[in-house]
Design a protein around this ligand. Structure first.
Ligand SMILES: Nc1nc2c(c(=O)[nH]1)N=C([C@H](O)[C@H](O)COP(=O)(O)OP(=O)(O)OP(=O)(O)O)CN2
Ligand SMILES: [Zn+2]
Length: 118
């Protein structure tokens, strides 16, 4: 069984490695949406794969580091593409939530990166 919990945050960023003529070279902002998917058996007593509240508790400190920040200033996110943000989140949540099977990072409703550990 797969369950997914979504989080949103606002942040500024610029992409330092694109050409200067690329519009994302300039500082701008996004309303990011994160989707954490966890996969595992349904516990027969709780009826949960994992309590959404437990997922929320693990993700809260990471959200603090991202929300209303300039992502380029966050350690490990000097080139904050959606792909790098997905990997950054994966590396920090996977040890705490081993059932995580994918991390999706939406920059816009139409564009996202999904990381499954490879
Ligand atoms: N593979 C990736 N490509 C791009 C990324 C990325 O993270 N991975 N990021 C960007 C920029 O962040 C850019 O800001 C995204 O473009 P944006 O203008 O926000 O999105 P749209 O072009 O879809 O929005 P419009 O509605 O056309 O303004 C670029 N590429
Ligand atoms: Zn952008």
């Amino acid at each position: 069984m797969k369950i997914t919990q979504a989080f949103t945050f606002e942040a500024a960023h610029r992409l330092p490695n694109v050409p200067e003529t690329h519009r994302c070279f300039r500082m701008h902002g996004h309303s990011y949406r994160i989707e954490l998917t966890l996969e595992g058996p349904v516990d027969p007593r709780s009826g949960f794969v994992i309590d959404f509240f437990d997922v929320e508790a693990v993700f809260a400190p990471l959200l603090e580091r991202l929300d209303h920040h300039c992502l380029n200033e966050v350690e490990g996110l000097e080139n904050p593409t959606a792909e790098h943000i997905a990997i950054w989140i994966w590396q920090r949540v996977k040890p705490l939530l081993p059932l995580v099977s994918s991390v999706r990072v939406y920059e816009t409703p139409q564009s996202w990166a999904e990381y499954e550990g490879v």
